[in-house]
Design a protein around this ligand. Structure first.
Ligand code: FES
Length: 186
């Protein structure tokens, strides 16, 4: 085999690679305008909030909406469910923090700091278990709050972790009642 013969395939390889590179550069240049167009504008960012009409909920019932890809439960608690949560002492809780995006990060996990302000029967909460992210079942478990069957985490009627491997209370997202029966989440 001569030196020329050994050189040719390498040269072809180089040309092939160079062509391939040009293709990649071309593809990147062509893709940029699309990526640029895909940046969220103000109207898209506004969709980061959802409005939920809760007029159809009766005491003891709940609904789940999708917000930023996560299930958010709105639960209209019964008198008993509220009272059970209110009567729970902070030192009985596994996680003493409210985990409420509407409050300072060190706010304690009292029932008042978990429920909707001024509408304490209402809970608005990201219904995702803080252990490994399963979706717990509502109105279940020892406290009648939420139960995560994945590994047995038990939450009370304020969504606070009481037993099981989950380390934190379920998160309360930023939200507000914008009318008597409408909630804006996010
Ligand atoms: Fe809920 Fe493991 S994910 S207990």
């Amino acid at each position: 085999m001569s030196a020329t013969e050994t050189h040719d395939p390498n040269r072809r390889d180089f040309l092939y690679i160079a062509t391939g590179m040009a293709g990649v550069v071309g593809a990147a240049a062509a893709a940029w305008p699309f990526i640029d167009q895909m940046r969220p504008d103000a109207s898209t960012l506004a969709l980061a909030s959802v409005e939920v009409d809760v007029a159809s909920l009766s005491e003891g019932s709940s609904l789940v909406v999708k917000w930023r890809g996560k299930p958010v439960v709105v639960r209209y608690r019964t008198e008993k469910e509220m009272k059970d949560a209110e009567d729970t002492k902070l030192d009985e809780l596994k996680d003493p923090l409210a985990r409420n995006a509407n409050l300072p990060s060190d706010a304690p996990a009292t029932d008042a700091n978990r429920a909707a302000p001024g509408k304490e029967a209402w809970m608005v909460m990201v219904q995702v278990c803080t252990h490994l992210g399963c979706i717990p079942l509502g109105q279940e478990g020892e406290y009648g709050g939420w139960f995560c069957p994945c590994h047995g985490s038990v939450y009370d009627t304020a969504g606070r972790i009481r037993h099981g491997p989950a380390p934190e209370n379920m998160a309360i997202p930023a939200f507000e009642f914008i009318s008597d029966t409408k909630i804006r989440i996010g």
